[in-house]
Design a protein around this ligand. Structure first.
Ligand code: FES
Length: 72
């Protein structure tokens, strides 16, 4: 892989913005689901369904070789 041309990826903080439960990625539905009160988030962290009203926190990240570097 060319280190000068890293693939762009997005690291998503899995803490629900409602009350802080850990959201789970649903591969079938391509979204994050919160087990506590049922909020849904898109792959980029945006709110799809309440009660959460704020998007999940995301961090810029990139793939370098076989590592993923996350900027926090
Ligand atoms: Fe996630 Fe309430 S903590 S919906």
């Amino acid at each position: 892989e060319d280190p000068a041309n890293p693939k762009k990826v997005l690291a998503v903080n899995p803490k629900c913005t409602h009350e802080g439960c850990d959201v789970k990625w649903s591969a079938g539905e391509k979204k994050y689901e919160c087990p506590c009160h049922g909020a849904d988030f898109a792959a980029d962290g945006k709110v799809l369904k309440g009660p959460a009203s704020k998007a999940l926190a995301t961090y810029p990240a990139k793939i370098v070789g076989d590592r993923i570097l996350v900027k926090v």
